[in-house]
Design a protein around this ligand. Structure first.
Ligand SMILES: Cc1cc2nc3c(=O)[nH]c(=O)nc-3n(C[C@H](O)[C@H](O)[C@H](O)COP(=O)(O)O)c2cc1C
Length: 369
């Protein structure tokens, strides 16, 4: 029996007390409604998963320019805030906690998503190789983005702050700054995508400046103890690389360590493709640089998750694909029950199928009608 699993022990992420160390990783599902407003089906999806200690929402654009996939929810309009409020109410009613992931995709977009069909923005005018999504769901070659003017950067920081305030207005317990996976903040951080010559490019300090300005401003707005940060130092997707990921991300972790963040979230994508995003290094080497709560993610099952927490490399584990297929993952850990296998054909877009219809071990009976 795993009722005594270390994953089931309570902890806290800053000001957010959590019932266990099982976290739902942020998962884009492309099922928002008109106006990129969260739907009632999304309420049901998140409610089903509320027994995890913490749910991190799917990435949510902080401004229209920050969108790069069809039907991803936003956190910039009143209707979106109202839609998210139904979700946070449902999660809280079920005893869960939830933070919103603040997203700007930068160059991982297409002009068809952009206001006035403008080009997507990025640190530098460098296109991602290959094809990306358009609003219809069809793929087209990535365009060469427009490099942001230095004078535009304060507006980007302000949009992160407004997104964070909107998330708090929507009832979230906090926010996660999306610094991972090749989106805007990561594009500035890594030198493969940042060729700027102003104070936001060049040196490590300069490449990390936008991220640090966002961390500083968001924590000032909603509290460091309600702000998490996600990074993915070795993730090669979206055309990402760095000449020295170990130096870049050691610097980032040292800088953010000055803030009492709710947590740092390190995603391990790329660890199994040595060299793909720059020279490989051991992500555990970042652990001593961070004095707060650490969450890890990527490819964990029950035993590897228990091991990483037991060995002190992490305080909690975020599960992505397992949470798509196992709304009751916590009960399955408790009972050593097998895990459903996710169906990747229903990851992005569609309705209930592959979203809210995965089988659970048993059904709870609710007294409320
Ligand atoms: C369908 C899907 C959507 C995802 N969406 C996001 C997202 O919105 N934000 C993010 O930071 N990562 C996203 N990821 C990455 C996951 O959070 C996670 O890092 C990845 O699935 C690896 O964890 P796992 O092995 O437990 O699945 C997504 C992954 C998948 C499969």
């Amino acid at each position: 029996m795993s009722a005594d699993s270390i994953l089931l022990q309570p902890t806290s992420f800053g000001a957010i007390p959590v019932a266990n160390r099982v976290v739902m990783a942020p998962l884009t599902r492309c099922r928002a409604g008109a106006g990129n407003v969260p739907t009632d089906l999304m309420v049901e999806y998140y409610r089903q998963r509320a027994s995890v200690g913490l749910i991190i929402s799917e990435a949510s654009q902080i401004m229209p320019e920050g969108q790069g996939y069809p039907s991803t929810p936003g956190i910039h309009s009143d209707e979106q805030i109202a839609g998210w409020r139904k979700i946070t109410d449902a999660v809280h009613q079920a005893g869960g906690k939830m933070v919103l992931q603040l997203w700007h995709v930068g160059r991982v977009s297409h002009s068809e998503f952009q206001p006035n069909q403008a080009l997507p923005v990025a640190p530098s005018a460098m296109a991602i190789p290959g094809e990306g999504y358009t609003p219809s769901g069809a793929k087209k070659p990535y365009e060469t983005p427009r490099a942001l003017e230095t004078a535009e950067i304060p507006g980007i920081v302000a949009a992160y702050v407004q997104g964070a305030k909107n998330a708090m207005a929507a009832g979230f317990d906090g926010v996660e700054i999306h610094g991972a996976n090749g989106y805007l903040l990561d594009q500035f951080l890594r030198d493969g995508s940042n060729k700027r010559t102003d104070q936001y490019g060049g040196s490590l300090e300069n490449r990390a400046r936008l991220l640090m300005e966002v961390v500083d401003a968001v924590t000032a707005a909603v509290g460091a103890e309600r702000t998490g940060l996600r990074i993915s130092p070795l993730q090669p997707a979206n055309g990402m690389s760095d000449s020295n990921p170990k130096a870049t991300f050691s610097y980032v972790v040292e800088q953010v360590n000055a803030y009492p963040l709710a947590y740092l979230h390190i995603a391990g994508m790329g660890v199994d493709q040595p060299g793909a995003a720059g020279p490989a290094f051991d992500l555990n080497s970042l652990r001593p640089l961070w004095s707060g709560k650490l969450m890890v993610n990527y490819g964990y099952d029950q035993s590897s998750a228990e091991k990483v927490v037991t060995e002190g490399h992490a305080d909690a584990v975020a599960f992505g694909k397992p949470m798509i297929a196992n709304p009751d993952l916590v009960a399955r850990i408790e009972q050593d029950a097998p895990w459903n296998v996710p169906d990747s054909s229903t990851f992005y877009g569609g309705g209930e199928h592959g979203y809210t219809d995965y089988p659970v071990l048993y059904t709870h009976s609710h007294s409320a009608t």
